[in-house]
Design a protein around this ligand. Structure first.
Ligand SMILES: NC(=O)c1ccc[n+]([C@@H]2O[C@H](COP(=O)([O-])OP(=O)(O)OC[C@H]3O[C@@H](n4cnc5c(N)ncnc54)[C@H](OP(=O)(O)O)[C@@H]3O)[C@@H](O)[C@H]2O)c1
Length: 247
């Protein structure tokens, strides 16, 4: 596991947006960030799940969260502008984005991959990240230090048979991270961009991808949080353009 011990108030006074915050890794990251002092903006497509995370954060006495129901598949440019306006009026700035939401798509050969599904996976896993960054960069420029964290995958570095659109979307995510990290050096040196490869982790996406596997043998979402904390907090101020393994 990535070795990092976060100070208990690592993210105090930071405002952090987490996509796909209602389930799996995103849910645990949102709660973990709140536990370390952040005000977390919970973005996802299933309001009920976001409300459950919101309630948990409230019950634990962490800073009050905010909920943004948004389906990254159907969202248009004006939805992202509206989101930026809301964050601006509520918080005035943004200290971090965790791009976590993703679709697995089908585990089938690329030669016969369904094009409608391909485009959907690319919209959710790739295009939405660009639209979010473009809309939210001005708010991150207002932060003292800001961190953009993308979520990669093993198949985003080496494509394996039958990982289809998902693998392509994760290669594209690695490229987007590198582009932002290289360009922000001049454009906005207060913002850094990195990626995390979570590794095999006990979530519903993993169970769908590997139905034959015993989930009990896998790392839990809590196990992989050290690298999520490290890249979001100021201990990684000098880290830019890296793709780190959580495990
Ligand atoms: N688990 C692993 O072993 C593993 C390994 C490598 C990489 N990853 C990456 O880690 C990240 C988290 O994966 P996970 O395993 O936690 O997956 P998960 O349990 O399936 O959670 C994915 C989250 O993304 C949300 N989401 C999906 N489509 C969306 C859309 N159109 N609009 C808004 N939100 C949407 C889901 O919302 P709903 O809850 O409403 O469906 C869910 O909250 C992903 O980027 C994944 O590719 C995971």
């Amino acid at each position: 596991m990535f070795d990092y011990q976060a100070p208990s108030q690592l993210l105090k006074d930071k405002v952090i947006l987490v996509t796909g915050a209602g389930d799996g890794i995103g849910k645990t990251a949102a709660i973990t960030y709140a536990k370390h002092g952040a005000t977390v903006i919970l973005l996802g497509r299933t309001t009920k799940k976001l409300e459950a995370v919101y309630d948990h954060i409230e019950q634990m006495g962490y800073p009050q969260a905010a909920i943004v129901p948004l389906n990254l598949d159907g969202a248009a440019e004006h939805d992202y502008v509206e989101l930026a306006n809301t964050i601006e009026s509520e918080f005035g700035h943004l200290d971090g984005i965790l791009h976590n939401a993703s679709l697995l798509g089908e585990r089938t050969p690329i030669a016969t991959y369904d094009i409608t599904l391909f485009e959907q996976v690319m919209r959710v896993n790739v295009t939405s990240q660009l639209l979010l960054n473009q809309a939210l960069l001005p708010l991150m420029q207002k932060a003292k230090h800001a961190s953009i964290v993308f979520t990669s995958s093993g198949v985003g570095r080496k494509a394996k048979a039958n990982w289809g659109a998902y693998a392509i979307s994760k290669f594209a995510t690695e490229a987007m991270m590198q582009l932002f990290s290289n360009e922000l050096v001049d454009l906005s040196p207060n913002i850094r961009a990195n990626a995390i490869n979570p590794g095999a982790t006990r979530t519903s996406m993993r169970a769908n991808a590997h139905p034959e596997e015993n989930p009990e043998t896998l790392a839990t979402t809590e196990d992989i949080m050290p690298v999520y904390l490290y890249l979001m907090g100021d201990d990684s101020l000098n880290v830019n353009g890296q793709s780190l393994d959580a495990q």
